[in-house]
Design a binder for this molecule. Structure first.
Ligand SMILES: Cc1cc2nc3c(=O)[nH]c(=O)nc-3n(C[C@H](O)[C@H](O)[C@H](O)COP(=O)(O)O)c2cc1C
Length: 182
């Protein structure tokens, strides 16, 4: 069983990005388990709180370390990732020398109301992942545009997007295997 830890950078109850992450969980191939971690209760990052880490942060870091790969689902806020997502990533990258993303296989997807489906945010996130030394899967990219047309009642209903999501998970597993070998 391949374990993927997924988290989404929106706290909104009817969030398209949370719905996209749930879709990934459902659409995962039989040998892949996507566990969802809710990053909504993390305190705002404060270096003074690193020792000891808040329990929810310690649990998150442990889940990342135990997972074979990570799935980050990002909304686009003001042409970048949300503060909520960056806060969780910053926590998991700390304390210095204990970056939980180091060497991890990562996939990125996102959904927005606009027509370019979080492209700008995703490319910011890729930049963040350079410093994390996370190995981000290049393709397929999943940028869900005009999200209101693709979800209904919290469910992904767009078949084409569903196929892409599954394709990305398959590619992520292959990517993780390749990284493990090298
Ligand atoms: C603070 C804020 C900034 C936003 N900035 C952008 C943006 O730069 N580009 C974009 O396509 N959508 C932007 N949006 C719209 C979001 O794409 C839309 O609210 C989306 O539904 C958020 O994701 P969610 O459904 O997972 O909460 C912004 C929304 C908020 C609340």
């Amino acid at each position: 069983m391949i374990k993927i830890l997924g988290f989404a950078g929106s706290l909104r109850r009817d969030s398209y990005n949370r719905a996209l992450l749930r879709a990934a969980q459902k659409l995962a191939p039989a040998d892949v388990e996507v566990e969802i971690f809710d990053i909504g209760s993390f305190p705002l990052f404060n270096e003074d709180m690193e020792n000891p880490l808040p329990p929810v942060v310690a649990a998150f870091k442990e889940k990342i370390v135990q997972a074979d790969a990570v799935l980050m689902v990002t909304p686009e806020y003001n042409y970048s990732i949300s503060g909520v997502l960056k806060n969780a990533i910053d926590w998991a990258s700390r304390p210095y020398g204990s970056n939980s993303f180091d060497g991890k296989a990562v996939a990125i997807m996102g959904a927005s109301m606009g027509t370019i489906g979080t492209a700008r945010a995703q490319y910011h996130l890729r930049q963040v992942c350079v410093f994390l030394n996370a190995h981000v899967l290049n393709k397929p990219e999943i940028m869900v545009s005009v999200a209101a047309d693709k979800f209904r009642d919290g469910e992904l209903v767009d078949e084409k997007t569903g196929h892409k999501v599954r394709e990305q998970l398959v590619a992520l597993v292959a990517w993780e295997r390749q990284l493990r070998k090298s």
